[in-house]
Structure formats: C-alpha cells, structure tokens
Design a protein. Sequence first.
Length: 271
Amino acid sequence: MSEGNGRGRADIDSGNQSVSVVHVNIPNSAIQVQPVIQANHPSVIQNAGNFQTIQIVRVATVDDDLSSDDSEANKRREILARRPSYRKILNDLSSPGSKMDDDSNSSQSQDGQDSYVQANTLQLTAHSDASQATQGLQTLTMTNASPTSASNSTGGTTIVQYAQGPDGQFYIPVGGTNVQAYQIAAPGSLTQGVVMASGSPISSPQHISEEGSRKRELRLLKNREAARECRRKKKEYVKCLENRVAVLENQNKTLIEELKALKELYCQKDA
DNA sequence: GTAATGGAACGTCAAAGCGG
DNA sequence: CCGCTTTGACGTTCCATTAC
C-alpha cells in the first residue's frame, strides 16, 4: 500500500503527461466563451462555433470550515456529488444548440481531435463457443457501444469468460485481462440468469440466495465495466479541457498581437 | 539488490442522476 | 417511484523510479 488513502489524487493519465485534478476555488460563476472566427488563424477556426457556456461548479471556498474529518468528508461528498456528469458536459460541448440523443451515439469533441463514444446500456448476451465449450470455458459477451482500451474489450464488446465445473458451479475469472484466479460463483449464475432473464421464478430460499448472488455478480460486473468507461471518459474530458486551454491561449495571444498592431497603426496615423 | 516512494489503473461501494 | 447508470471516494495492486 502506497499512500494510505487515495484522497486528493485523481486517477488521471493523459498519455505522456500526468495531470493532477485539483479543486480550484472559484466562486459561483460561469465563463462565457464566445465563438470567434478568424480566417487568419486556422488553429482557432477549428474550434469556432463550438464554444459554449461552461458552467464552473463551485467546489469549495478558501474559508470553508473543514475542521473535522467527518464533516469534511460529508461536505466534500455533498459538493462533489453535484458536479455535472462528463457525459453531460461533453454533450453540451459537442452539440451547440441541440441536445444530442443520449444513447449509443458517437460524436466529435469540440476540438475535433478526440472522438467520444458513449455507451449507456450494457446488453448482455450469453453464448458458448464450441471449441471453448469443450474445455469448459465459455464466454459472456457484453455488447457495449463504446470501444474501451482496457481489458479484453474489443470494439465495444467486453468478453467475460467463465467456466462451468463438473459440480455445476460457475467459475468466473477474476483480475481483468489476466486470468489470475477463479472465483466461485453460485451455480446457475450469470449465464442462466442472463439467458433466463424473464424465466419463471422459483421461490425456494436457496434459489433466492442464488438469485441474490447472481444479481450481485452481474451488478459488480456491470459496475466494473462502468467504472472503466467512466475513467476513460474522464481522461477524455480532461484532454478536451486541455485542448481548449491551448486553443484559448493561442487565441488570446493572437488577439493581443492584433491589438498591438492596431495600436501601432493608430499611433503612426496620429503622429 | 532492495526498500521506499509515487503514479496509474483497478474494483467496489455509495449516492446522485436520470429515464420510463 | 423504481431500476439502472454514472461518478466520486477509498483501498489495493502493480510497476517504474530513486536513494541507499
């Protein structure tokens, strides 16, 4: 264990450079970024028209009293929980004037560099590969609209492997891409649960607990994937902001130079 | 070589958000 | 209102780097 708890550090990796996400003390405010079209500056043009109002959520103020640990944690949670989702922000950024359809669409981010693909629903289908079935290893395919780079996801489809033992129990590989250990799942879990989603319920206590553990496995599986996707989106969001900062800095620089040139022209004319 | 350290990524939990 | 999704927080693991 490296750090005790993970406070104060965000899981951000933007490629070569590491990015620390800090909670900036900003009063309730909104930044208005006006669309500016300047034919002279291609770097600006590529973002022209995509600027939107960025709502800056107040995170904390300097004089916020965060004396006790509990109240601090509670306050932090309350405050942070009110952040808009990355999806919402990126949707707002990428679709000026129109609300994009929320489901299963891909869009370009405001700078046109990062493609942003969304996945909102995880469709679970179970199937068994003949060759794998002979070895007792089967796959559960999670059809997902978003291509994720992590784990054994290929083009938005996450393949979860499992095996059924001779005793009828299902074994789920644990540990992501590398199968490191097998966790015993309840008999009939996952596959049957997925396939028999609308099947007739059996109400014996044992079946109820099996059903419970099966649901839990499924929930954890989905949440695992969702967390992965969320991190990916967060990274993309940070990259998007960084790009925007670069563009705005460039724009600012250009405007300053332009102003300078105009001033000189004006002074010459005056003299 | 090895312990210490830091960063990145992950899994899980909990709570808010959101759609039907 | 309910069920599902999203995301911050937290703890853990792995890996790279650095100091000794």
